[in-house]
Design a protein around this ligand. Structure first.
Ligand SMILES: *Cc1c(COP(=O)(O)O)cnc(C)c1O
Length: 457
């Protein structure tokens, strides 16, 4: 196999994204010689549309060669991939099982019922809606279910690790609703529950969101439940990031504390891109009505099937092992980074996520993330709490260990990963050094199979 550097020199797709059609074609020509194999195989696509097929192959290769530390990403199993590529995509099925607006639901009804029943069993909830197209529409459905435009919502502020859809200003949820936001404590980097309680008492929100997108610490669901109860708010736990850890027993569950739980299915849960809303029986009807007909049309049945498959996997003992390994890897990586003098928001991690704080370094988050990507380590730049820099060039880099755990890396690998991270950040701008690191990274990852990709033999 050619080295990662040869591949880059070939053009097509590199860290700067898609280049010209011509260079993409050259990449494709070389790849066909090399028998790059996406799994499931894509012979009809290759025949009918080589241009798209080449891009799919290039992305499979890119995912194979990199250390993927994007905290919201993972590698789904081949079974999940196969389910997403089925004829279920051809079917319209507005409504719910047994109550549809189209005929021909003899097969789709049991598919969706299977996904719903598995979701209820895995998370121990009374109700599950598996139709939301993704995490953001799932959250919007919650607003539609429990609020009127102009009502007050309370969520964690984006710079403190909250999600856009928890009422941040640029989001529809911040524009159409009155939003109040709590944050984290400056000294600890942890959610300020006193501030959240005071804010809730003062503002009387109808809905309170807990959870977020860059929270490295355990979410205190019982504490939020107490606050919500006191002010009569619906507590929504958005577990998009940690759903897999909860399913695998590596993070406390919000069940019994939050009446409504929203989650994506594609992050630590390791399913297809999609989402679910879980709830108690009391809130079930409002949730279902909000998703359909309130917000969406026909559900994506191929995705529903893949969610069912992923939930089947999440119910196995192996998945519990994976979830605990994700946390063990994050703790080991955090320790190795601290040892190298990096600052981490909150000083470490309880889950899959680490937030590097580069304010004490001579480099911003964006150039650091770009250098890491060139060095074969994929991450995203991120604001840190009380960030002195601007949001488009913040001081943080967010890391997560779900994808590399799926690839089979363990705590023993983390000191090496931390060493590469330090070397890449220090070598920002020095492309020769970054490419040298990328070649070492690709060599390590070549020994760790990826579902969906079979290297040339
Ligand atoms: C990822 C995420 C979402 C949104 O999911 P999309 O599928 O990207 O729309 C919502 N909430 C939280 C906390 C997330 O991390």
């Amino acid at each position: 196999m050619n080295s990662v550097r040869d591949w880059r020199a070939e053009g097509g797709i590199d860290h700067r994204g898609a280049k010209s059609r011509e260079s993409t074609a050259r990449l494709g020509a070389r790849q066909s010689l090399e028998a790059v194999v996406h799994e499931p195989a894509i012979p009809a696509l290759t025949q009918a549309d080589p241009e798209v097929a080449r891009l799919v192959q290039a992305e499979a290769r890119r995912q194979f060669e990199k250390i993927r530390l994007i905290a919201s990403e993972n590698y789904v199993s081949r079974a999940v991939l196969e389910a997403t590529g089925t004829v279920l995509t051809n079917k319209y099925s507005e409504g719910y099982a047994g109550r549809r607006y189209y005929e021909g639901q003899q097969v789709v009804d049991p598919v969706e019922t299977l996904a719903v029943e598995r979701a209820k069993a895995v998370f121990g909830v009374e109700h599950a809606n598996v139709q939301p197209y993704s995490g953001s529409p799932a959250n919007l459905a919650v607003y539609l279910a429990f609020m009127e435009p102009g009502d007050t919502v309370m969520g964690l502020a984006l710079p403190s690790g909250g999600h856009l859809t928890h009422g941040w200003g640029v989001s529809a949820t911040g524009k159409w609703f009155r939003s109040v936001q709590y944050g984290v404590r400056k000294e600890t980097g942890r959610v300020d529950l006193d501030e959240a309680r005071d804010l809730a008492r003062r503002e009387r929100p109808k809905v309170i969101f807990c959870g977020g997108t860059a929270i490295p610490r355990t979410i205190d669901f019982p504490a939020f439940a107490e606050i919500a109860r006191e002010v009569g708010a619906v507590l929504v736990a958005d577990i998009a990031h940690i759903a897999g850890l909860i399913a695998g027993g590596a993070h406390p569950s919000p069940v019994g504390h939050a009446q409504v739980i929203t989650t994506t299915t594609h992050k630590t849960l390791r399913g297809p891109r999609g989402a679910m809303i879980l709830s108690d029986a009391e809130h079930a009807k409002a949730v279902d009505k909000a998703v359909f007909p309130g917000l969406q049309g026909g559900p994506h049945n191929h995705t529903t099937a893949a969610i069912a498959v992923a939930l089947g996997e999440a119910a196995t003992p192996e998945f519990g092992t994976y979830a605990h390994n994700v946390v063990a890897n994050a703790k080991a990586l955090a320790a190795a980074l601290l040892q190298r003098g990096f600052d981490l928001v909150s000083g470490g991690t309880d889950n899959h996520l680490i937030l590097l704080d580069l304010t004490n370094k001579a480099i911003g988050g964006k150039p650091a993330a770009k250098a890491l990507d060139r060095a074969g380590i994929e991450a995203n730049y991120n604001t840190v709490p009380f960030d002195p820099r601007k949001p488009f060039d913040p001081s943080g880099v967010r890391l997560g260990t779900a994808a590399i755990t799926t690839r089979g890396l363990g705590p023993d690998h983390m000191p090496q990963v931390a060493a590469w991270i330090e070397a890449a950040v220090q070598a920002a701008g020095d492309e020769a050094t970054l490419d040298r690191i990328a070649a070492e990274v690709a060599e390590l990852m070549a020994a760790h199979p990826m579902p969906g990709w079979s290297p040339a033999v």
